[in-house]
Design a protein. Structure first.
Length: 547
């Protein structure tokens, strides 16, 4: 052992839109680790420190390379390129430093590490240069500790680590007072170093997993427990999940809204190195099925870059004993939300379709398909056709369709690392048939007239009882669109000869283009819809037919 997830909405103020799948947040499609090949990158190393800098980059500092020694270089990763910053000032060469972003100072804070002797110094990274701070109070020296932002104050929280023995203390950085302050807690994890520690922003708690209790270079105990810190106290959450291990890689992934864990090693047990990927739900660990994985390792660095919307892994100590310099990205269908369309109707054949995805996609692809009869007479969804390929700031567009046609829309977001959300579930939009359609047959006694505010400018109504309107057509669902008003009355609705509803269209004020009745079927087949008036005025404006 070495010494680290599209939402598509048919927004239909302009069309009859039908829902499909209930909303949910789930990992979908293919999840895998994808190796990148940047032209330049840090040299092979392990025990580096890396964190998001609060702006546009991940910043990596130091580490150790066998045969070379301790390192003091500073690199940034912008989502596609590594850049050696060569700052004028920097901490001395070391590995095992703890590091996280401090929003109060808009800088990265680094503490400790070791070069054979542990440090207790504090540094800040501005994005351009390092500055050594001189806090009035400081934690004792240590290496291989954990640091993450507080869930309550966003200030850096430091826990544990190792000097000659494992540590159990908790500290918080006070930027305004230029000091570290000890946090007294009623409970805390057992003494340990070489663990995973990150802030779970969804559950507002810091999550610590695994690690080991050392005496010098002797590993006494290896842990597989999970602890959380709520800003006041520590709580042991779980003793099951990933196998006990040291030097796992953890970060909070903004696409899945979960803490992600990868790899680590088991020197106290089988001696195995791992390449498994897990996610923390807030109460338990869940193994993630990945179609491809980064090689086994421990002691690398992993962090999430919000502007690019991706989790990145670099370097570490491989299972073969190699020092690694590879760059990997966790590509996945992060979070995709099923469509949430409404059921309003329009005065035109145009309607707005909206879409969106978490974090910062590079592009959106939006497609549509049409329901039509095939050569055998069955209603099927046609091939998906390209409609929009747009940048990350465009989330809607107007689509103009044909009366009586059923359209489906789906969207896909692509991120900077090439990962996608996968296509969303389809949102179904129906452009209604006008009541003037030859498919709608009115008995004598109805009057068709021009009327502002109605679908395509006309409405057909009657005040006589016993008058009928019928339509016989292939349908997966019917929607009857018409008026509600103070003089509007009641009517029966029959489907395939059976009375299915008595509708009262009376209202205290005039309401146009209202969905008066709807009926969905299993599959698409020929059905007959009949309206028979009972009393009062009945006004029919359009008939929505989903196929």
């Amino acid at each position: 052992m070495n010494a680290r997830g599209t939402e598509l909405v048919g927004a239909c103020g302009l069309a009859l839109v039908l829902g499909t799948t209930p909303a949910n947040a789930a990992l979908v499609g293919t999840t895998k680790w994808t190796q990148l090949s940047p032209a330049t990158h840090p040299s092979a190393r392990y025990y580096s420190a890396m964190t998001y800098d609060g702006s546009h980059n991940l910043v990596l500092f130091g580490g150790y390379t066998d045969g070379v020694g301790f390192l003091s270089d500073t690199w940034v990763w912008d989502g596609s390129t590594w850049t050696n910053k060569n700052p004028a000032h920097h901490p001395s060469a070391r590995d095992g430093a703890a590091m996280t972003y401090d929003s109060a100072s808009n800088s990265v804070i680094l503490f400790g590490g070791e070069d054979g002797t542990a440090f207790a110094d504090t540094w800040s990274w501005s994005g351009i240069d390092w500055t050594q701070l001189t806090p009035a109070q400081s934690p004792p020296k240590r290496a291989w500790a954990g640091m993450a932002a507080s869930p309550t104050t966003s200030a850096p929280i430091l826990f544990g680590g190792l000097d000659s023995a494992g540590l159990v203390d908790t500290w918080t950085w006070e930027n305004a007072n230029n000091k570290w302050s000890a946090v007294t807690t009623a409970h805390h994890p057992t003494a340990r170093s070489d663990f995973g520690m990150t802030l779970d922003t969804v559950h507002s708690e810091i999550v610590v997993f695994g690690g080991g209790n050392w005496s010098g270079t002797t590993l006494n105990t290896e842990y597989g427990d999970t602890w959380t810190f709520n800003g006041t106290d520590w709580t042991q959450e779980a003793t099951t999940g990933p196998h006990a291990r040291v030097n796992p890689h953890t970060t909070f992934d903004g696409r899945t809204n979960r803490v992600i864990l990868f790899g680590g090693s088991d020197p106290a047990g089988t001696g195995a190195y791992y390449q498994d990927t897990w996610s923390w739900t807030g109460s338990a660990w869940a193994a993630m099925a990945t179609s491809a994985s980064a090689p086994k390792r421990d002691s690398g660095v992993m962090a999430y870059l919000p502007p690019a919307g991706k989790t990145m892994l670099f370097g570490g100590f491989g299972s073969t004993g190699a020092n690694l310099a590879d760059t990997w990205v966790l590509t996945m269908s992060a979070v995709t939300t099923a469509p949430l369309p409404s059921t309003k109707t329009s005065a035109t054949k145009s309607f707005v379709v909206t879409w969106g995805a978490p974090d910062a996609p590079l592009t959106y692809t939006v497609q549509y398909a049409i329901r039509s009869r095939n050569s055998a007479g069955a209603w099927v969804t046609g091939g998906w056709q390209s409609w929009k390929f747009v940048g990350p700031t465009t989330h809607s567009a107007t689509f103009t369709g044909t009366a009586g046609t059923t359209y489906l829309f789906r969207s896909l977001a692509t991120y900077g690392d090439g990962s996608t959300t996968g296509y969303s579930a389809a949102a179904t939009s129906v452009v209604p048939l006008d009541e003037r359609s030859t498919s709608a047959v009115f008995s004598a006694g109805w009057t068709r007239r021009s009327a502002s505010g109605r679908y395509l400018g006309t409405v057909t109504d009657t005040t006589l009882a016993g008058k009928t309107m019928s339509i016989k057509t292939a349908a997966h669902a019917f929607f009857l669109v018409g008026d509600k008003c103070t003089t509007c009355g009641k009517f029966y609705v029959y489907v395939d000869g059976k009375l299915v509803a008595t509708v009262d269209s009376h209202a205290s004020s005039t309401l146009l283009r209202q969905t008066l009745f709807s009926k969905a079927f299993t599959g698409t087949a020929t059905h007959t819809l009949v309206v028979k008036t009972i009393s009062g005025r009945v006004g029919i404006d359009a008939i929505g037919v989903q196929r």
